[in-house]
Write a protein of this length. Structure first.
Lengths: 312, 312
């Protein structure tokens, strides 16, 4: 469930007027921006952008970019974007910065139709395909895996072929035993099968061999490919548990990883951040709100806490 | 341009009645079937199927399958199917028979949106993704190439990056010189770039090195991968010229390759078979109609000639 608290029918014109006022004159009224934008869902935000453009012949996003700064600006910018457009921006930034988490998340957690919409948004924004940019910026086994994850239009049905799960669990086990972690058969199974089928295969593997595939996909090489493969499997198998871990790592990192923190909160606040918060509390014995309060500050903190569902 | 000759507004109900009559009683009236189905476009055929189902609570396709036989049955069946559904059937058959021409044609000649529609049709028909079936039935370099061609959602814009074309023509040349034909960079360029960009790169290669990439992608190995790569490049670069060659090979083969003949005629009769016929005449000094008349017989011949635009 979402953590976002949004009124039922706010007036886009009234909202646009408040935002305009918050941006005018000496200084910016960040509180007003948070109180509006932190309480509007994707459709409402879109209507505000349209109303703002109509009223003031100005792009609200651009205006906010020039008024705000730092992590707060980044978070507001990402938040205001339409979800599929936001994903396309996240992937583009991730490709440029060789930060593959966002790429794996989006390719493995979004539904096939959502992923397709992200690809369309990417093409309309950058005039290239997402896949060609990703392929041109990566090499070797990592490229094979990431491009395959991003390219696939997976079958989205729930049907499971138990015999296939069993035979492909055996294939995984065979190559893992041989430490042939980059074998194309492993990549094929993880990247082309439906998520339900991949999960059935992972379960079967666990039943047969007593440990999870991800635990067995380890060596001492610190290989980027292997880390990416484990991440992909986690994202397919249990996105909420995966997101909890990303949040935990982001918060425990010396200096805090604000980009990861922003990304997870912004992309899940309208979806399942409530469940992720529960997992976080279970695993860390402190609430996510508490950790965010401790590790961030200023308008950025206030904005994240608003998205996390804090009552004003 | 199409070769199909279809009236503007035929009555689906009247057509369904004629077809019903043609299927009833002792023997089948193939001529009546050809005179209707050989002169109806995709939308009209769909309306006939719907009218037939409504009138007789029977699937027209299934009825025709049971009434007809051999190459004629196959051709009628393929023809009546909705084009994207037909492509999904062609790909499925091709995967099972390891006949990769149809796979390469469909992945490289259809537009990105058409290819996506084929994948959707495939999933709805077979309850798997096209990509997973293809990946599970192929191996090695051939798999890498075919799965990449099928998975990609290419950018469809006309914009060309001339500098990129030049640098990627150099990459192609480098690996071709080294006879590293299966290098991932070659696969990346051919499979991920927009078709306009691939063509710019091929042209640049020709300008720089005086021969086409396909001429240089040859060795003595009779490798399936290399043949598939050349086919993909031809399909991207000049689909009509490619189709002319498929027709020529199908006709000149001892015994005639009816499957290929049917496939090309059925899939292009509503699109650009006219241009393909012109190329055929130029290259072979006989008309395609003449060759088809010579190499086929019976109802199958009559049906193909009708699709080729022969006036009754």
């Amino acid at each position: 469930m979402a953590t976002l608290i949004a009124p039922d029918h706010p007036s886009p014109v009234a909202d646009a007027e408040v935002l305009r006022k918050a941006c005018q004159g000496w200084g910016t009224d960040e509180k007003a921006i948070i109180s509006i934008m932190g309480h509007r869902n994707a459709v409402q935000r879109k209507l505000i952008r349209e109303a703002y453009e109509e009223l003031y012949q100005e792009d609200l996003l651009k205006r906010l970019e020039s008024e705000l700064s730092g992590d707060f600006e980044k978070a507001v910018y990402r938040w205001i974007l339409d979800p599929v457009d936001r994903d396309s921006v996240l992937v583009n930034v991730a490709i440029k910065q060789s930060d593959y988490l966002a790429i794996i998340e989006i390719s493995c957690i979004r539904s096939p139709e959502e992923l397709l919409a992200v690809k369309r948004a990417y093409q309309s924004r950058y005039k290239h395909s997402l896949e060609e940019d990703l392929a041109a910026h990566t090499t070797g086994d990592l490229r094979k895996l990431l491009v395959a994850l991003m390219s696939i239009y997976r079958y989205n049905g729930d049907e499971i072929n138990a015999r296939l799960a069993s035979s492909e669990a055996d294939i995984l086990h065979k190559f893992i035993e041989e430490k042939a972690f980059n074998d194309e058969e492993i990549i094929r199974i993880v990247t082309t099968r439906s998520k339900a089928q991949v999960m059935a295969t992972l379960n079967r593997y666990k039943d047969e061999h007593g440990t999870s595939v991800t635990k067995n996909l380890m060596d001492d090489s610190a290989s980027q490919y292997l880390a990416a493969l484990r991440t992909a499997i986690r994202c397919i198998n249990d996105p909420q548990k995966y997101y909890e871990k990303v949040l935990r790592n982001a918060i425990n990192k010396p200096g805090t990883d604000e980009d990861a923190l922003t990304r997870v909160i912004v992309t899940t606040a309208e979806k399942d951040l409530k469940e992720i918060k529960e997992l976080y509390y279970k695993r860390n014995s402190v609430s996510l709100d508490h950790s965010v309060t401790k590790e961030t500050s200023g308008d950025y903190k206030a904005f994240l806490l608003t998205l996390l569902g804090k009552e004003d």
